[in-house]
Design a protein around this ligand. Structure first.
Ligand code: GLN
Ligand code: ZN
Length: 778
């Protein structure tokens, strides 16, 4: 529908930008608000300031003020929750939190995200193949959609009043419903996408409002279209695209609505590209990092701008601009009305600025591009595309140079590491029969039925953080720091002994983060000082940078585990992070297959496990919470991924004795989806998240005939709520009914590091009490 009135899409643009702040300003502000230390107005002021600084920074980096190159994509907690607020789909249990117009204030919004008393928060789950988590909308036949939150309009207006014409970003209607789960009361066969016709008027109202406020373009995000792992049949999903964008594009005519840019980050649009191209939207954004470069003309594209996501929003390597420009030039032959330069995803998956990392080796820095550098890359490519290659000659040379130096730099390729991987035989990937292992372990460990344990970490108290900071600054010696950590370990062991837990952990006080800790102790990694990336809500992680060949210069965890075991008669579980998770939560080199990198990490861990065994540790847990996270979104790519990822886990664990018990922890609850892969891990015990989904998953595990033990979580650690003993007993009773008792372990959903002792101690006491009660009935 591009007519002479269609506004021009900017030549270069980014899909989104980090929103938590370069110094995690938003995190600090909102956590202070939750803790009652500041008012909603104070949080709003911090947020407004952050948005202003973001806009100014993007202008400074070369994005124009007067064409909507700058996205308006802020969120206090989660952009899917924001969409829930816009469409007024607050679950019934939180109905008292909305005002007469259906709006949530900041406190209400926070409550929906975090829960209160017996009202569970919205379920949280992984956002596509990233380490970001969104809040799952709950939609039923009865959900009354209404245009409730006008925040997108207010934030657009705020920017405009300061002279910046932004492009509001909101989750598109198809993805919103595709990611939603049906409410408990919804009948069999109901799918949230059934409500498409009812939700569209809300989007129409929003578009009208945005246009009235002066918005020329709006960005609707439709990543559901790049995934095969969505609970909507493919044909339904495509039909929904046609219907949604027919309505949104034609219900209002410009200038009653902004031009519509549908962005499809995280992968290949596949069959959805022609469907989207056949609608009357004005621009389509495709991911050209994960997705294929289309080579044939697509009918309908001739009226649209193709926003080419050539700059990787998901990793931190500096782009080979020459190669990217070649892709852009190739796209110009596709017959689109225009080609614009974009990012493959929002930049909120990468840190702000490499200039914020003065401690990093300058050579390494010269290979990197964080969000700000990526904006510059986009601006440069846009110039190259519009002005010609010559205009950016210097930048093309500099980028190619960086790629070249990286390929030959010391540490990037180490023959001794490569030779060891190459020399592995198939035996290195397999343990003996499970039945024999089970008997040997039972004899060695002598545990009661329904053994209790935890996932590893105990609360990271202010004292622990203080000690670590002081150690970092040189105010504590290594010895003093070690003493403090040992004192903490003694406290954690005492607490577990007092409660009566069967398999103890050391509590991980010495770890700043379960991946960074290993990255700091392995060769081939670098860690950042300020490279925070939002993980969920106010939580951030600081992914390490895996840039070279990996090896273990010395034992990492052995002394801590050995010390812990010296304090107790009960078995202590050694605690490691698995190869796949180390990769998933780091920024990983992109110059070799991930599987090759994973095997290098696996061998380092294998050596660590051998040392733990030698130190007398009988149980080792190798956490793989990210196993599913890297699962490719397209089914066709999944088998190859599961093969290398599962093999790397086995390579790390298969060197152990029969009577050494290997545990793994997988966080998420979509066990059924990849049960074959979980089976392939061959871990003796697998703990998973199950509290929020009420053990539903055990049915799948049982039905699949899964033979090894599982520890379904009975305490949702993502919320400050302390579960009641009755509630835990009910979960355990359900678990015992669903699966063989001798397959069951009892544990929280995940590590306890983000919780406080006030919550953790009573929760663990109740878990133990409930377990004893259920044991008594066996
Ligand atoms: N062992 C880790 C912990 O307890 C596991 C955390 C995770 O799965 N994310 O903190
Ligand atoms: Zn977990």
């Amino acid at each position: 529908m591009t007519t002479s009135t269609t506004p021009v899409f900017p030549a270069g643009s980014v899909l989104g930008y980090p929103r938590i702040g370069p110094r995690r300003e938003l995190k600090k502000a909102i956590e202070a608000f939750w803790a009652g230390r500041s008012s909603a107005d104070e949080v709003e002021a911090v947020a407004a300031d952050l948005r202003r600084r973001t806009r100014n920074r993007l202008v400074e980096l070369g994005l124009p003020k007067d064409s909507p190159a700058i996205p308006s994509a802020f969120s206090f907690y989660d952009h899917v929750l924001d969409a829930t607020a816009v469409v007024g789909a607050v679950p019934a249990r939180f109905a008292d939190l909305v005002d007469a117009q259906g709006r949530l204030d900041l406190a209400g919004y926070s409550t929906v995200a975090r829960g209160r008393g017996d009202d569970l928060p919205l379920e949280m789950t992984k956002w596509f193949d990233t380490n970001y988590h969104y809040l799952v909308p709950e939609i039923g036949p009865e959900t009354a959609f209404r245009y409730a939150s006008t925040r997108p309009v207010a934030e657009f207006t705020e920017a405009l009043s300061e002279g910046v014409l932004t492009r509001p970003v909101i989750v598109g209607p198809v993805t919103y419903l595709a990611l939603a789960k049906a409410t408990d009361g919804a009948g069999e066969g109901f799918l949230p996408i059934d409500r498409l016709a009812d939700i569209l008027p809300v989007y129409v109202a929003l578009l009208r409002d945005l246009a009235a406020a002066g918005a020329t373009w709006v960005q609707l995000e439709e990543p559901a279209l790049v995934s095969d792992s969505i609970d909507v049949p493919a044909d339904r999903l495509l039909a929904a695209v046609t219907e949604a964008y027919r309505v949104l594009a034609t219900e209002l005519t410009a200038p009653e609505r902004p031009a519509i840019f549908v962005a499809a980050p995280y992968g290949d649009l596949g069959a959805a590209l022609p469907v989207l191209a056949a609608t009357d939207v004005e621009a389509i954004g495709i991911d050209l990092v994960r997705g294929d470069v289309p080579t044939a003309a697509v009918p309908g594209l001739e009226t649209k701008t193709l926003v080419a996501g050539v700059i990787d929003g998901h990793n931190i390597w500096r782009a080979d601009l020459d190669a990217k420009l070649a892709i852009l030039e190739q796209l110009e032959n596709l017959g689109a009305a225009a080609v614009a330069v974009g990012t493959s995803t929002s930049l909120f998956h990468v840190p702000h600025d490499t200039a914020d990392e003065p401690q990093l080796d300058p050579t390494l820095v010269s290979w990197l591009a964080f969000a700000d550098q990526k904006v510059t890359e986009v601006v440069t490519l846009a110039e190259g595309l519009t002005e010609g290659r010559e205009a950016i000659h210097e930048q093309l040379l500099a980028a190619s140079d960086a790629v070249r130096t990286r390929a030959t730099a010391p540490g990037v390729v180490r023959p001794e590491v490569r030779d060891r991987v190459a020399a592995l035989d198939e035996d290195a990937f397999h343990r003996g029969e499970f039945a024999a292992r089970k008997a040997a372990q039972a004899a060695r460990l002598n545990l009661p039925p329904l053994p209790t344990t935890t996932i590893g970490s105990f609360p990271q108290t202010p004292e622990i953080r203080k000690a670590r900071a002081a150690f970092g600054k040189g105010e504590l010696t290594a010895e003093q720091y070690e003493d403090e950590m040992k004192a903490e370990i003694r406290r954690v062991v005492e607490l577990q002994e007092k409660i009566g837990i069967d398999v103890l952990v050391h509590g991980e006080p010495e770890r700043n983060d379960m991946v960074q800790y290993f990255a700091e102790n392995l060769d081939g990694f670098a860690v950042t000082a300020n490279g925070w990336v939002q993980s969920y809500g106010s939580r951030c992680t600081r992914p390490s940078i895996l840039w070279g060949d990996v090896s273990r210069p010395a034992p990492i965890t052995v002394a801590w585990s050995e010390y812990t075991q010296s304090l107790t008669q009960k078995p202590v579980k050694g605690m490691l992070t698995g190869p796949v998770t180390i990769l998933a939560w780091s920024f990983v080199r992109d110059d070799q297959p991930l599987g090759a990198t994973a095997n290098q990490v696996a061998l380092a861990l294998r050596d660590e496990i051998a040392d733990l065994e030698d130190a007398g540790i009988a149980i080792v847990q190798v956490d793989e919470p990210a196993l599913r996270e890297l699962l490719p979104l397209r089914e066709a790519d999944q088998a190859a991924y599961l093969d290398w990822s599962v093999r790397s886990f086995r390579l790390s664990t298969a060197g152990v004795r029969e009577d050494t018990q290997i545990h793994t922890h997988l966080c998420y609850s979509e066990f059924g989806e990849i049960i074959d892969a979980i089976d392939g891990l061959d871990a003796d015990v697998t703990s998973i998240e199950a509290a929020r989904s009420k053990m539903e998953i055990l049915g799948d595990i049982h039905a699949a005939g899964y033979p090894r033990a599982v520890g379904p979580g009975v305490y949702d650690i993502h919320s400050p709520r302390v579960p009641s003993e009755t509630e835990i007993t009910e979960l355990l009773t359900a678990a015992v009914k669903a699966i063989d008792v001798d397959q069951l372990w009892v544990n929280p959903d995940c590590g306890l590091k983000t919780r406080r002792y006030e919550e953790v101690t009573p929760s663990l006491e109740r878990i133990q009490a409930a377990t004893l009660a259920v044991r008594a009935t066996l």
